[in-house]
Design a protein around this ligand. Structure first.
Ligand code: FAQ
Length: 318
């Protein structure tokens, strides 16, 4: 009599659990391709949160009031925290954080394209909170139902914080849009520059998306790139109207039949250039990350030495 299950049977049971909406936990059996794909997505998500601190950090010393500075500081710290939850979730899949960071620094792993755009004005800080965090929430609300337990639980907490980030950004935009003519112009300019890159955050069209089909089958992703992008486009139109700004997409039209907005096309050449390392700030972002990592070596060394000392003490006591 056969006592162990073969790979195919294990995969069938695994898929059945996914189909029944059961979460997969770190010690459960999973196909290697599921582990690899999940590790890729979660670690890239973590890298995005960490690199994503850089554009806003640029304005910490230039925030227009103490209140704005305190709020921005707290928001940026939240993003760092999200990176840490996500690295922890990724590590449950068996790869240490140091390897994940190495992959980021060598260029083997990606991070969200949006963070390679420069922040030029205070309006950009508003646009990032409103549009970039807004797009991140649309994606992450969906990921709260992802099939991998640690990722799904991390997303629930992250979404709560992202909501606050989105509101702080929109509040900045309201203040600018209701301010002087120059402030309104600043808001419009930031909207114009950040709108299209925000749409790119959802990734290539479904027909071009290398990972979507498998990720949907395994419920790593719960909605496709294009469906999430459409949700974001639809929710952003009334927000732009409320601000009294012009929509950057001249082709935006309500489609009664689809009950969605029709829209213009993203510049995919720009998207590909940015994800392949040729955006405005790719080099600068990585140089900063490498420098900060290098400067933090003594902290990591001190932690390792402290842990070792504790371990030796425990051995002596035992
Ligand atoms: N940028 O087959 P797909 C945030 C890559 S968090 C760069 O469709 P997938 C919070 C993709 O990795 C923002 N690369 O891939 C915050 C793949 O390359 P690979 C991050 C992109 O994974 C706010 C290739 O193209 N959020 O912002 C992008 O099924 C403010 C083929 O694409 C997440 O990561 C892109 N935009 O779908 C922080 C959410 N799009 O790996 C600070 C979780 C695609 O084969 C301040 N991730 N690529 O070399 C996801 O939902 C998915 O990974 C997608 C892409 C939807 C991003």
């Amino acid at each position: 009599m056969k006592t162990t299950l073969d790979e195919q049977e294990l995969e069938q049971i695994f898929q059945q659990r996914i189909d029944n909406e059961q979460k997969i936990e770190p010690k459960d059996w999973m196909p290697e391709a599921y582990r690899k794909n999940l590790l890729r997505q979660i670690s890239q998500h973590a890298h995005s949160e960490v690199i994503g601190m850089q554009p806003e950090r640029n304005f910490l010393t230039r925030a227009p009031s103490l209140r704005r500075k305190a709020v921005l500081l707290s928001k940026i710290q939240d993003e760092g925290g999200h990176g840490l939850y996500l690295y922890s979730a990724a590590e449950t899949l068996g790869t240490p954080r140091s390897e994940l960071i190495e992959a980021l620094q060598s260029g083997a792993a990606k991070y969200a394209s949006i963070f390679n755009y420069p922040t030029q004005t205070w309006g950009d800080v508003g646009a990032i909170g409103w549009l970039v965090d807004g797009a991140a929430i649309v994606n992450q609300v969906s990921l709260q139902r992802t099939s991998y337990g640690p990722y799904a639980r991390g997303m629930i907490r992250i979404c709560k914080e992202e909501s606050f980030h989105q509101r702080q950004g929109y509040e900045i935009m309201i203040a600018l849009a209701q301010g002087s003519e120059a402030q309104k112009q600043m808001a419009q300019d930031s909207l114009n520059r950040f709108y299209w890159p925000s749409l790119m955050m959802f990734g290539p069209h479904d027909s071009e998306s290398a990972h979507s089909a498998r990720s949907m089958k395994w419920k790593i992703k719960r909605e496709t790139n294009d469906d999430l992008r459409q949700k974001f486009i639809d929710q952003t139109v009334p927000q732009i109207m409320f601000l009294g700004l012009e929509h950057p997409d001249k082709e935006i039209r309500w489609n009664e039949q689809r009950q969605h907005y029709d829209h213009g096309e993203i510049d995919w050449d720009e998207f590909n250039a940015v994800i392949n390392g040729n955006g405005h700030c790719n080099r600068q972002r990585m140089e900063h990350h490498l420098r900060a990592h290098e400067e933090g070596t003594w902290v990591r060394d001190a932690m390792t030495a402290y842990k070792e000392k504790q371990r030796k003490r425990e051995v002596q006591v035992a």
